[in-house]
Design a binder for this molecule. Structure first.
Ligand SMILES: Nc1ncnc2c1ncn2[C@@H]1O[C@H](COP(=O)(O)OP(=O)(O)O)[C@@H](O)[C@H]1O
Ligand SMILES: [Mg+2]
Length: 270
């Protein structure tokens, strides 16, 4: 299962969501690979990895000079591996734009890492892709590689702005290259229960995505903002914080959806 965490707005909680879901999916017994597809590399540093010390990164993999399995490294988190990035990925993207197969590079690179049934030292149950804050070539690569999308939406006035464009991109990808792509969940982040604005945003998102909105909301919580500077997911930094409990609940809710998905697919096939 490959899941891309996406929203072309910056600062809405994509990276925070990716890192913390990776942790709780792994805690639930999954082997997890996090792919850092944002040249800013916040997920890479948020997992305690020093970018200057990397011998290979996602950019090399996309250009075909290194196999994905060679660039993957272990992290501070048990059962969470990382395909890291460096700022150089921005240049790589420009190079890719001029090359062949520019849309399916990531899909091809990740293909060998999902071996259903037989688990090897380099196969994963869940691959989470942290997308950049744009609808760039990297994002399109992520949409083509992914089975599902998770869309974090910040509880603020302009929350839904831009989502139309994102859904349009998803539609195009579906028509051309990845017909099965679907939204797994829309999650409201930085929710402040003391404000009516947060409540209004939740209701508004619910109107647009009645069956995709997650019941779990992520509160604004300073522990979530502090954890990355310690190179840890919040569950290892302060497991009883509100933020940690929220992401644990979100992971549970999403895993339930994934299971239901598999059951429906199986029963349609039968
Ligand atoms: N629920 C939250 N409560 C408090 N701070 C948060 C929360 N979610 C994210 N942040 C902080 O907000 C900033 C943007 O979040 P981030 O996950 O990096 O967004 P994105 O990846 O969409 O740009 C970061 O500094 C992060 O630590
Ligand atoms: Mg980010």
């Amino acid at each position: 299962m490959i899941i891309a965490v996406t929203n072309q707005k910056g600062g809405v909680g994509k990276t925070t969501t990716t890192v913390n879901l990776a942790y709780y999916f792994a805690k639930a017994g999954k082997r997890v690979l996090l792919v850092d597809a944002d040249p800013q590399g916040n997920a890479t540093s948020g997992l305690g990895i020093d970018k200057r010390a990397l011998s290979a990164s996602l950019g090399d993999v996309l250009l075909g000079s290194v196999a994905a399995a060679q660039a993957i490294i272990a992290t501070n988190v048990p059962e969470v591996w990382l395909l890291p990035t460096t700022p150089q990925l921005a240049d790589t993207e420009a190079q890719l734009a001029a090359g062949d197969q520019r849309f399916s590079r990531l899909k091809d690179a990740l293909k060998s890492l999902l071996a259903p049934g037989e688990s090897t030292a380099q196969s994963y149950d869940i691959i989470l892709i942290d997308c950049p804050p744009s609808l760039s070539l990297l994002t399109v690569n992520a949409f083509i590689a992914a089975d599902k999308l998770i869309m974090p939406v910040q509880a603020e006035f302009y929350a839904l702005e831009g989502l139309g464009q994102l859904l349009e991109t998803m539609k195009l990808v579906r028509q051309r290259l990845n017909p099965a792509l679907d939204v797994l969940g829309v999650v409201v982040t930085m929710y402040d229960s003391r404000t009516t604005l947060s409540q209004q945003v939740f209701e508004e998102v619910k109107k647009h995505f009645p069956d995709k909105l997650c019941a779990t909301v992520i509160p604004r919580n300073v522990r979530l903002a502090e954890a990355p500077s310690h190179g840890l997911p919040v569950g290892m930094y302060d497991r009883w914080s509100k933020g940690a409990r929220a992401y644990k609940g979100l992971a549970k809710e999403l895993m339930k959806r994934l299971e239901q998905n598999t059951t429906t697919t199986n029963s349609t096939k039968a």
